[in-house]
Write a protein that binds this ligand. Structure first.
Ligand code: FES
Ligand code: FES
Length: 177
């Protein structure tokens, strides 16, 4: 039986009447058109669908929408303020830490949560925090560099990031997936 679920998504109260066991990922993408949150494995093994649930990185593909009732959700679309990117988004751009971009929203959201908790993480702490995320483009070195950069810990590995079209992708992950 469908139930009414209320969520606060990127600062906006949203309601949906749906199967309580429906994955949060499907509600975000199909009901609210927040397609920056990606469907990867669909079974909790890749991190592509990560959102922040009450500030904590959460795999939305294996989270029932009813478990998010009355909770706060942040997706990649909720990080930038107008045209101003979140510092972690800027760092990913600066470090060129994306290729296809499919893993990027989840990576960025986990990095945001990490840096809120530990503003100056060690490399080991970064790797541990990002451990559940798979990058099929094998961009791990630049992703590590981006998170170091966001933490203010150096220049990172490379400043190869294209701006232009990459900027739009990193803001909403509005890619064809
Ligand atoms: S799509 Fe959720 S963990 Fe892979
Ligand atoms: S940039 Fe392609 S999966 Fe990570």
């Amino acid at each position: 039986m469908d139930v009414a679920v209320t969520l606060r998504v990127n600062g906006v109260a949203r309601s949906v009447t749906t199967d309580p066991d429906r994955p949060l990922l499907d509600v975000l993408r199909e009901e609210f058109q927040l397609t920056g949150t990606k469907h990867g494995c669909g079974e909790g093994r890749c991190g592509a669908c990560t959102v922040l649930l009450d500030g904590h990185p959460t795999l939305s593909c294996v989270t029932a929408v009813s478990a998010a009732h009355d909770k706060t959700i942040t997706t990649i679309e909720g990080l930038a303020e107008g045209e101003t990117l979140h510092p972690v988004q800027e760092a990913f751009l600066e470090a060129g830490a994306m290729q296809c971009g499919y893993c990027t929203p989840g990576m960025i959201l986990s990095a945001v949560a990490l840096l809120r908790e530990k503003p100056a993480p060690t490399d080991d702490e970064i790797v541990t925090a990002m451990n559940g995320h798979i990058c099929r483009c094998n961009g791990y070195v630049k992703i590590l560099s981006a998170i170091r950069l966001a933490a203010g810990g150096g220049e990172g590995e490379a400043r190869l990031g294209g701006r232009g079209s990459c900027r739009a992708v990193i803001r909403t992950s509005n890619i064809e997936h």
